[in-house]
Design a binder for this molecule. Sequence first.
Ligand code: HEC
Length: 207
Amino acid sequence: MKTRTCATAVFAAIAAIAAGCAGMNDQETSQKALEVMKASFNERGQAKLDRLNQDEAQKLCSKPPSQELAKDIAAGIEKANLASIRYPADGRLMGDWRQGERIAQSGIGKQFSDDPKIPAGANCYACHQLSKAEISYGTIGPSLYNYGKLRGTSDAIQRYTYGKVYNSQAFTACSNMPRFGHNGILTEQQMKDVTALLLDPGSPVNQ
Ligand code: HEC
């Protein structure tokens, strides 16, 4: 009985929203959806409601799956995101792979319960295989095992790798990979360290 009452209430709410949306254009519907989302969350600690605001790329990438992303729009997203990458002023893109391994293993950071003064981790293993030693990893992203061994450490590869970590959408529009530099998740030194993890011949990625 309780379940049925609840289901009826949910259905009524959906119907009300659908009725409310009739006659609204795309932009108005998105604005309404954002208002509903903002009303459903509370700010806590460093997790503020402005996280729900989408930037241009996120808006374009949030179209329904039925609407395929046009090639020129995808190219535009990549161009704009590429322009946002800030390479280190000292020109050095590879740091310490040992630190990089710690950062890749750590999922700490950015949650309301995390201390914002403690540097965030990158949780690369949540989506990628990186080394043979770590047997627990996610598969949303491709395996990066032997990444440096296969590609070498030329300037072009270093720039691509650092840039990919900085802003994944510079190379793949609508990528599921977090934009670590663009969104201020990792510091410049941390991005150098994970770049070294992928490329340094001494790192477990390349053993
Ligand atoms: C939430 C999942 C997720 C996390 C976390 C993540 N990635 Fe990714 N990554 C992906 C996906 C999905 C792709 C494939 C699509 C693309 O290229 O953007 C990818 C692609 C890549 C590529 C390009 C591979 C190639 O063949 O050129 C690199 C390099 C990479 N990730 C490195 C990293 C590093 C280093 C970290 C941690 C700092 C990381 N990723 C964290 C999901 C993730």
